[in-house]
Design a binder for this molecule. Structure first.
Ligand code: HEM
Length: 421
C-alpha cells in the first residue's frame, strides 16, 4: 500500500536513532535513567545500524530472543565484518601487543570449540552450584557479621562486592592463606571490562592477570597430585578422563568466571537492595512472604539488569523487522530494552515482584546463555534473604539523594549505597 502524507510525516518526525556510544553511562541522561531513551528507540527504531560503531542495535524482545537462540549465529569477534570496529577491538583486547597470545574464553568462541570447552566446564560448575548453598550462607553470614554494629555502612563495598569474590574463591578451592591475594587479583582484572581503561589500570590489570594465571597453573599441578573437593580438581580430572582441554584453556576459562561473574552478581545484589528500599510496598510483600525471594531476584534481573547488551554476528545475510543485516554484520542486542518490552511484559516500567512471570533476557540465551546463572541466582537469593532477616529495618541513609551509578559502559550498578541497619 502506498504511504500517505501522514505516514511520511510520522517517519520524518522521528528523531534519528542515537549512536550506541550515547547508550552508555558516559551519557549523563542515559546513566541517570536509560529507560525513556530505550523505550523510544524500541518503538521508533527497533533495528538500526550505527555506521560509526559498525553494528546493528536491536531492542525488541522477540527479535533479541530469536537471535540469541539461533544456534547458527557467531560470536568470535574475528568473524565479524571489517567495519565492525567496536566488536573487532575485542580481537586484540586492551593489553600490550607484545603479550603472549592466550586462548579466548567461551564468551568469544564459536562451535566446535565453544561446545568442546563449555560442556565440561558447565557440567562441573552446575554440579557445584547445586550443592553450594551452605557455603554461600557461611560467606554471607561472615559479610553480615562484619557490618553488624556499624551505625551505617556502604552496602556495595562491604556486602555486595566481597560475596561473589569469596564464593568463586571457595568454588575454585583457593587456599585460605591466598584469599587476600585472590581478592586483589579479582578486583584488578575487572578493568578488562572498561573500554576507558587508563594506562595505570592497564598495568595493574596485567599484573593481577599474570599473578592469577600463575597461581591457577600452580593449583592445577597441585590438584593433579592431591585432588580436593573443588572446581580446579574437577577440571583437571575431566581433562585426565579425556575432555579435550589444554591447560591454557582451563586457566583462561576459570579466570573468565571471575571477570564475567563478580561485578555482575555484585550489581544484582546492589540493584535488588536499592529497588526494595525505594519500593516499600514490594519490601512489605517480601517481609510478609519470604518465599517471594526467587521472584524478587527475577524481577530485579528484568527491571534493572546488571548487563546492558550482548552480541551476535550474522552467519548469513538476513532481515530483522525489515531491516537488512549484512553477512558477518555485528548485532548489539539490548537486553535492557527487551526486558521492558510492553509486547511481553504488562506495565513493564513498574517494579512488581508478584507480576505474572515472563522470560527476561538478563542472562542472554541460546548456546552462550550465562553459565553462571544458577550460581548468581543462588548468591543473590541467599544474600537478600539473610540481609533482610538480619536487618529488617534496613533503610537508605540519604533517601533524597540521587543514586550513584558507576560509569562503566554496558553495565548498570551502583558505586555506593549507604544504608542504615
Ligand atoms: C547477575 C549476574 C550475572 C549476569 C546478569 C550475567 C549476564 C551474562 C550475559 C548477558 C552473558 C552473555 C550471554 C549471551 O550472550 O547469550 C553471560 C555470559 C557468561 N557469564 Fe554471566 N552473568 C552473571 C553472572 C555470572 C557468574 C556468577 C558467572 C561465573 C561464575 C558468569 C559467567 C559467564 C560466562 C563464562 C559467560 C560466557 C558463556 C558463553 O559464552 O558460553 N556469569 N553472562
Amino acid at each position: 500500500m502506498p504511504a500517505t502524507w501522514l505516514d511520511w510525516r510520522s517517519i520524518v518526525d522521528k528523531a534519528p536513532p542515537p549512536p550506541v556510544l550515547t547508550l552508555t553511562p558516559l551519557n549523563p541522561a542515559f546513566q541517570s535513567d536509560p529507560y525513556p531513551i530505550l523505550n523510544q528507540i524500541r518503538q521508533d527504531h527497533p533495528v538500526y545500524r550505527d555506521e560509526m560503531a559498525g553494528l546493528y542495535f536491536i531492542s525488541r524482545h522477540e527479535d533479541v530472543r530469536n537471535i540469541l537462540t539461533d544456534l547458527t549465529m557467531l560470536r568470535h569477534p574475528a568473524n565479524a565484518e571489517a567495519d565492525a570496529v567496536l566488536t573487532r577491538r575485542m580481537v586484540d583486547g586492551p593489553t600490550a601487543p607484545d603479550r603472549p597470545s592466550r586462548p579466548h574464553s567461551i564468551l568469544h568462541l564459536d562451535d566446535p570449540d565453544h561446545a568442546r570447552v563449555r560442556n565440561p566446564l558447565a557440567q562441573a560448575l552446575y554440579r557445584r552450584a547445586a550443592r553450594f548453598k551452605p557455603q554461600v550462607e557461611a560467606i554471607v553470614t561472615a559479610a553480615l557479621d562484619r557490618v553488624e554494629g556499624q551505625a551505617s555502612f556502604d552496602l556495595m563495598s562491604q556486602f555486595a562486592l566481597p560475596i561473589p569474590i569469596d564464593v568463586i574463591a571457595a568454588i575454585l578451592g583457593v587456599d585460605h592463606d591466598r584469599l587476600g591475594d585472590f581478592r586483589r587479583w579479582s578486583e584488578g582484572i575487572i578493568h578488562v571490562l572498561n573500554p576507558l581503561i587508563t594506562p595505570e589500570q592497564t598495568q595493574e590489570m596485567i599484573l593481577c592477570g599474570d599473578a592469577l594465571r600463575e597461581y591457577m597453573n600452580a593449583m592445577m599441578v597441585e590438584r593433579r597430585a592431591h585432588p580436593q573437593d573443588d572446581l580446579v580438581t574437577d577440571m583437571v580430572t575431566l581433562q585426565a578422563q579425556g575432555a579435550e582441554l589444554s591447560d591454557d584453556e582451563i586457566n583462561t576459562n576459570l579466570s573468565a568466571l571471575l571477570v564475567a561473574g563478580n561485578l555482575t552478581t555484585t550489581d544484582l545484589i546492589g540493584n535488588a537492595v536499592r529497588l526494595l528500599l525505594t519500593h516499600p510496598d514490594e519490601l512489605a510483600k517480601l517481609i510478609a512472604d519470604p518465599s517471594l525471594i526467587g521472584a524478587l531476584v527475577e524481577e530485579t534481573l528484568r527491571f534493572e539488569p546488571p548487563v546492558d547488551v550482548t552480541a551476535r554476528i550474522a552467519s548469513r545475510p538476513m532481515e530483522v523487522q525489515g531491516c537488512p543485516i549484512r553477512d558477518r554484520g555485528s548485532m548489539m542486542l539490548s537486553l535492557r530494552a527487551a526486558n521492558r518490552d510492553p509486547a511481553v511484559f504488562d506495565d513493564p516500567d513498574i517494579f512488581n515482584i508478584t507480576r505474572k512471570r515472563a522470560p527476561h533476557v538478563a542472562f542472554g540465551g541460546g548456546a552462550h546463555i550465562c553459565i553462571g546463572s544458577p550460581l548468581a541466582r543462588l548468591e543473590a537469593s541467599v544474600a537478600m534473604d539473610m540481609l533482610f532477616k538480619r536487618f529488617p529495618k534496613l533503610r537508605l541513609k540519604a533517601p533524597d539523594e540521587a543514586p550513584q551509578w558507576r560509569t562503566l559502559p554496558f553495565f548498570r550498578g551502583l558505586e555506593r549505597l549507604e544504608v542504615v541497619g
